[in-house]
Design a protein around this ligand. Structure first.
Ligand SMILES: Cc1cc2nc3c(=O)[nH]c(=O)nc-3n(C[C@H](O)[C@H](O)[C@H](O)COP(=O)(O)OP(=O)(O)OC[C@H]3O[C@@H](n4cnc5c(N)ncnc54)[C@H](O)[C@@H]3O)c2cc1C
Length: 542
């Protein structure tokens, strides 16, 4: 029998940390001006002083175009701070628009539903009054997924799901839990921890993104192989759409026609609002071991990663950093590429698997890699390159915003492709995106690459571009660079996104990529589920 879960007590003495409305994370973690200047000095051509932190009071936030009926008033706010914080996601494009005082359209209202009925009532009202509804989890979208870009609606309502954040039931026999979609990563894990269980899905945005957002975007977690996407953990979904509400059956597997869950996984708030899900859980890993290996030749490093990916070793971490990435994270400063390998298990020591993976890496020219010993949690820091990379990884989004304040154009994009085209794809991105950035700005750009997820048949490269912008034109410059990147990906038949989703920014690439029979079916699903086209207009479909 499933057990009901009680909410963990939060310590009333702990003051809440302020979230940034315009940038990543907590305001107290933003780099200070001096750190911004130091970072800017590394990119020739950036500003002499950081752009000021933008203030909500400086935005021209008018009165809402529409107010809800009194029955919905308790769910809705028109507070300017709340509206500004729900206007955009957290891509570089969003951050620089906020810094330049050009944010996207500010929603008229922000709603915080507490139940499925609240969601259904809000959708009903929206459908009858031409109100666009943008489902909003943590708002960490990097593809324009949570902003309104049209002018076909009378008003825009941001539907913030974060009040629906409970783990409602745990079925220990089937090792699964019923979880509300608005739970942020830490909120969700805090409720599972007392049961010795974990969802074990850790995107870089974990702290500030929600289960519903992960499901709606088919998010990719931290782990490099086996369970790479949130999809793998879904047992059933509950969806409230304007035309219908319902949940799929909880099944460990099923061959009954097309999967109903697959229709809503990745639907990005355009077909319905995911309100809860039964998720497959795992025991918390007790055995961990990691090590890093350096390579002089990036091509040989790619061969090593392919050998590991095509073995049955299934590393939890298998991140290949090119020399630029390795230098940036402090994993290596001598021009080497670095492969970070990690293994985890809840049941058995993993040292042997790590040793075999290291042998494979060394057979392809890898150097070093003394493994940390197999150990129980809490894990010690591990080898220096591994921990340098880990802490740089978490701090990276804050640093990106600091560089944006220096007028830099600094952003990432990711893809996946099969091994046969991967080396050529990475080369082409480096060359053509670098050239596009130089042409657009007159400054040399750095284009770095790391592999985030690896498969027996291919891998997911993740690129970081940094270049000094032209003051005031940063958005246009980034759009130019990104268009070139999109063409390179398309030419190599690499996906427009491995895990960042489509949103509004990736629509051209997505439209080119999806087969026409599928596009027809998607349009039909939209018409049936959302007949007034109020849900996230412009995402996935026109
Ligand atoms: C610094 C940084 C690091 C990131 N790292 C990763 C990463 O490692 N892996 C990864 O996959 N992504 C990553 N992302 C992108 C982003 O975090 C993911 O897309 C994430 O899944 C979004 O979750 P969210 O709760 O913030 O959703 P939001 O940004 O609020 O919404 C994303 C989309 O889902 C829709 N949506 C949200 N909730 C629901 C719901 N309940 N029902 C229906 N639709 C809904 C929205 O309308 C929108 O289209 C990163 C972003 C940033 C800024």
């Amino acid at each position: 029998m499933p057990e009901t879960v009680s909410r963990p007590r939060t310590d009333p003495g702990t003051p809440a940390r302020a979230r940034s409305w315009w940038g990543w994370g907590y305001t107290d973690a933003h780099p200070a001006d001096a750190e911004c200047l130091a970072m800017g000095a590394l990119l020739p051509g950036t500003l002499a002083a950081p752009l000021p932190i933008p203030q909500v009071a400086d935005l021209a936030i008018g009165r809402p175009a529409l107010t809800p009926p009194s029955s919905l008033e308790r769910l809705v706010t028109a507070d300017p701070e709340a509206r500004a914080a729900h206007a955009m996601g957290k891509a570089y494009r969003d951050v620089i628009r906020a810094l330049r005082g050009r944010p996207g359209r500010i929603p008229d209202l922000v709603a915080h539903p507490g139940s499925d009925q609240d969601v259904a009532d809000l959708l009903d009202w929206a459908g009858g009054h031409e109100v666009a509804v943008i489902p909003f989890g943590g708002g960490s979208s990097v593809v324009g997924g949570v902003e309104y870009r049209g002018d076909d609606h009378r008003a825009v309502l941001s539907l913030d799901l974060t009040s629906m954040d409970r783990v409602l039931e745990i079925d220990t026999a089937s090792r699964s839990a019923r979880i509300q979609a608005g739970a942020l990563g830490p909120v969700l894990e805090d409720q599972l921890r007392p049961h010795g269980l974990t969802l074990r899905h850790f995107p870089q945005s974990f702290e500030f993104s929600t289960l519903g957002g992960w499901l709606a975007t088919r998010a990719g977690g931290h782990y490099a192989t086996v369970h790479t996407h949130i999809d793998d953990f879904v047992q059933s979904l509950r969806v409230v759409a304007p035309a219908a509400t319902g949940a799929s059956w909880r099944l460990p597997g099923s061959g009954a026609g097309p999967s109903p869950d697959r229709l809503f996984l990745g639907s990005e708030g355009a077909l319905g609002v995911i309100t809860e899900a039964w998720m497959r859980l795992q025991e918390r890993p007790r055995h961990k071991a990691s090590a890093s290996v350096a390579f002089t030749d990036f091509g040989r490093a790619l061969d090593a990663v392919r050998a590991v990916a095509q073995s049955d070793l299934a590393p939890a971490n298998c991140r290949l950093l090119d020399p630029g990435e390795a230098a940036l994270s402090g994993a290596s400063r001598d021009g080497s590429s670095v492969l970070v390998l990690g293994f985890e298990s809840a049941t058995a020591p993993v040292g042997d698997r790590l040793a075999t993976a290291l042998d494979l890496a060394r057979a392809h020219g890898g150097r070093g890699g003394a493994p940390t010993t197999d150990r129980d949690e809490p894990a010690p820091a591990g080898d220096a390159a591994v921990s340098a990379w880990r802490s740089a990884f978490l701090r990276m989004p804050y640093l990106r915003d600091g560089l944006a304040r220096m007028g830099a154009v600094v952003e990432t994009f990711e893809t996946a492709a099969t091994w046969d085209v991967l080396p050529a794809l990475i080369d082409a991105v480096r060359t053509e995106v670098g050239a596009a950035a130089l042409k657009a700005t007159g400054h040399p750009a750095t284009v770095n690459c790391r592999l985030t997820h690896v498969y027996p048949d291919g891998a997911a490269p993740y690129f970081t571009v940094a270049v000094a912008g032209r003051p005031g034109d940063e958005v246009e410059i980034w759009d130019e660079i990104k268009a070139v990147a999109g063409d390179v990906l398309h030419r190599h038949r690499a996906t427009v996104t491995h895990h960042h989703a489509v949103g509004r920014d990736h629509r051209p690439g997505y439209d080119r990529q999806r087969p026409e029979p599928f596009a027809l079916a998607l349009r039909a699903a939209k018409d049936a589920l959302d007949p007034h086209h109020v849900l996230n207009p412009g995402v996935l479909l026109d």
